[in-house]
Design a protein around this ligand. Structure first.
Ligand SMILES: [Zn+2]
Ligand SMILES: [Zn+2]
Length: 266
């Protein structure tokens, strides 16, 4: 069985990730338009009919922009906690009852051949979750919006073979940038986003041979660049004497176009 991962879009303007094999797959978040999701899937040769559901991390628009149209036009079930559903559903954002699936926190459920567990992360939405997804002996963890890595989330992140972790802003760029003080404080807070140095330091603490793919995600448009993300992690690893083996790969996920397809099982 193959297992492929692709980020269709990652960043403060929209998030959507694909995970699947030749027969079935899932999406994580639908933060770009349904049209873009369908186009990007076509671009990487994934038939829409193989998508069995979409997992939703929280109610911010960069994670649900395409959800209503995607679920309606493709009759696609969407999975998140009851608290997050309450924060998403409104007279403006009507999702067909047939597509709504409630999932518990920290309790495995099964979808499209995957064992999936949602875990809580600290972020400024009514509730925000990450996903830990297991298939065969592979473990994938996705945590894209979190102000710090709390004790509950850390074990799910540490267990991953493929990790999608936010590296949202360069600390210096944010500090010197044009954002008003309250917004800077929000982003830097424990319920905001992870900065490049925070993410790199955490990764340096937890890295082991089993972590084969580090995907740095959810880059800010105004307060970060892919070059700074890469520089920061390389510098941190160098200072800590960490040398990656030739099976280990760092990817910086594109903001507006799909990433390369990562083949976890060939
Ligand atoms: Zn976000
Ligand atoms: Zn968010």
């Amino acid at each position: 069985m193959k297992l492929n991962f692709c980020s269709l879009s990652s960043g403060s303007s929209g998030n959507c990730y694909y995970l699947g094999n030749e027969f079935q797959g899932i999406l994580i978040d639908a933060g770009i338009s349904a049209t873009s999701i369908r186009k990007f899937l076509r671009d990487i040769d994934i038939p829409m009919q193989t998508i069995m559901g979409v997992l939703i991390t929280h109610n911010h628009i960069d994670h649900i922009r395409g959800l209503e149209v995607l679920t309606r036009k493709n009759n696609l079930p969407a999975f998140t906690t009851s608290k997050i559903w309450k924060s998403i559903l409104s007279p403006k954002n009507k999702i067909s009852i047939d597509c709504i699936r409630e999932i518990p926190l920290q309790h495995r459920f099964h979808l499209a051949g995957f064992d999936i567990e949602a875990f809580p992360v600290c972020h400024d939405a009514p509730e925000t979750i990450g996903f830990h997804i297991c298939v065969n002996d592979k473990k994938i963890t996705i945590a894209t919006d979190l102000g710090h890595i709390c004790q509950t989330a850390a074990p799910y992140i540490q267990a991953a073979n493929l990790l999608v972790l936010e590296s949202n802003y360069d600390e210096q760029m944010l500090e010197n940038g044009k954002y008003p003080h309250f917004l800077k404080a929000r982003i830097q807070s424990d319920h905001g986003h992870l900065g490049n140095h925070q993410t790199s330091a955490f990764l340096a603490d937890i890295i082991s041979d089993k972590l084969s793919n580090i995907c740095l995600a959810h880059l800010s448009k105004n307060n970060n660049t892919p070059e700074l993300v890469l520089q920061t992690i390389q510098q941190t690893f160098l200072e800590r004497g960490i040398i990656l083996n030739n099976q280990q790969q760092i990817s910086i996920l594109n903001r507006n176009i799909p990433s390369e397809v990562i083949r976890l099982i060939e």
